[in-house]
Design a binder for this molecule. Structure first.
Ligand code: AMP
Ligand code: GLY
Length: 424
């Protein structure tokens, strides 16, 4: 009897997780709550509106493992409740997920662990924040402490920008309680790289580094989004640099969390800026990144089920280190016109069956209608992932796949991974 695994979430990240888990000989039945039209081809959809229903579903389905995708249920304590109910879970407790859900707390942990990061001051009052601004050059960065769906970071070009951001967070409470405390931070420049590592609170197992594209339009213009594309691996992040990241960032952070009796079991995702002083942490997340996961998992030779189960069991040290990837992957997000602002849903998606076999299509905002047709159901609709022996080949396959698909007002970036191929 194979394992019964419930994946929580319904985006491209979760489709990629389900796709990779489904390849494992250890897996019997997959479930996805709530999932989307893509996950439904591999995993039974499970409706669950809140934590209570998710725990009840995991118990009823006799799940041998629950894999939690998004940050919100982790921060709300889903992993704690599953553990109480005796269900093995991949994903940290709420206490450990604070490394993502409180940027101020993350700064404290980093300071304690000696992890390189931007100089910061934490404030919870507007007058104190104004005083603290005296010590910053512009641009500088204003960050809401809590989870703000990727919108809580403002790069302030001037004192006026900074004051406006502070007023909006601390006084107007634009982000609710998440903005009741604010991190003021020195602005760093350089190349951004995401390193996702599996950890059971003791052993750290990094996955191939990735780059994501957060802005809506080509050449990093336009508003911030959940992510418009990604690629992996990242040539500049060679073996030596990755060792530095492990030794100076990932391991000290994991040790500091365990020493505080809040061991992190799941993913430690380091958002890094590479500059002349070496890798600096911009932020930590306590979950798989999206869209990074959609390009990282296709490069993994290992059985993901075995890896995630080892994390859940606290037995990651028994897993051999992963060899560097021998191929590359590029993912291009197909988004609804207008995203991340207003956009339409319910539009028919054409051409899914015309995507060449060598490209992967991960669904994010999709749903099936009563006739089994796939409709758009969100801002980020699909990700097309190409794989190849190098980034150029992977990129060609990703765009060939993306160009086979259409829906009204489809928007995509044309420059994903381009910087790795053409000198700019
Ligand atoms: P975060 O939500 O913390 O990942 O921040 C969102 C984005 O803001 C990051 O991906 C960076 O592009 C940018 N950012 C955050 N902190 C800094 C910083 N200290 N210096 C420069 N850019 C930053
Ligand atoms: N790719 C950014 C994130 O998952 O937060």
């Amino acid at each position: 009897m194979g394992m019964r695994i419930l994946v929580v979430g319904g985006g491209g990240r979760e489709h990629a997780l389900v796709w990779k888990l489904a390849q494992s000989p250890k897996v019997g039945t997959l479930f996805c709550a709530p999932g989307n039209a893509g996950t439904a081809t591999l995993a039974e959809p499970v409706p669950a509106a809140d934590l209570k229903e998710l725990v009840a579903a995991a118990t009823r389905l006799r799940a041998d493992l629950v894999v939690v995708g998004p940050e919100a249920p982790l921060a709300a304590g889903l992993a704690d409740r599953l553990t109480e109910a005796g269900v093995p879970v991949f994903g940290p407790t709420a206490a450990a997920a604070r490394i993502e859900s409180s940027k101020a707390w993350a700064k404290e942990v980093m300071a304690e662990a000696g992890v390189p990061t931007a100089r910061a001051v934490i404030v919870d009052r507007l007058d104190a924040a104004r005083d603290a601004l005296e010590d910053f050059a512009f641009p500088m960065v204003v960050k809401a402490d809590g989870l703000a769906a990727g919108k809580g970071v403002v790069i302030a070009e001037s004192r006026a920008d900074a004051e406006a951001a502070l007023t909006s967070m601390l006084l107007d409470r634009t982000f609710g309680a998440a903005g009741g405390r604010v991190v003021l931070e020195e602005h760093l420049t350089g190349r951004e790289v995401s390193v996702l590592a599996l950890t059971d609170g003791e052993t750290v197992l990094p996955l191939p580094p990735a780059c994501d594209y957060k802005r809506a339009y080509d050449n990093d213009r336009g508003p911030n989004t959940g992510g418009m594309g990604a690629y992996a691996p990242v040539p500049v992040m060679d073996g030596a640099l990755l060792q530095t990241v492990i030794g100076s960032i990932l391991e000290p952070t994991v040790r500091a969390l365990t020493a505080r009796s809040t061991p992190l079991r799941g993913v430690l995702y380091a958002g890094l800026m590479l500059n002349a002083n070496g890798p600096q942490v911009l932020e930590f997340n306590a979950r798989f990144g999206d869209p990074e996961t959609q390009v990282v998992l296709p490069l993994l030779d290992a059985d993901l089920t075995g890896l995630l189960a080892a994390v859940a069991a606290g037995d990651l040290k028994a897993v051999p280190p992963q060899p560097p990837p021998t191929s590359a992957a590029v993912g291009v997000v197909l988004a609804a016109g207008g995203y991340p602002g207003q956009y339409q849903t319910g539009l028919p998606i054409e051409g899914l069956e015309d995507v060449p076999e060598d490209a992967l299509v991960f669904h994010a905002g999709t749903q099936l209608d009563d006739y089994g047709r796939v409709l758009t159901a969100g801002g980020r609709v699909l990700t097309v992932v190409g794989r190849g022996t190098n980034l150029a080949a992977a990129r060609d396959r990703a765009y060939a796949g993306a160009d086979a698909i259409s829906f009204p007002d489809l928007q995509l970036r044309r420059d994903i991974a381009l910087r790795e191929i053409m000198p700019q």
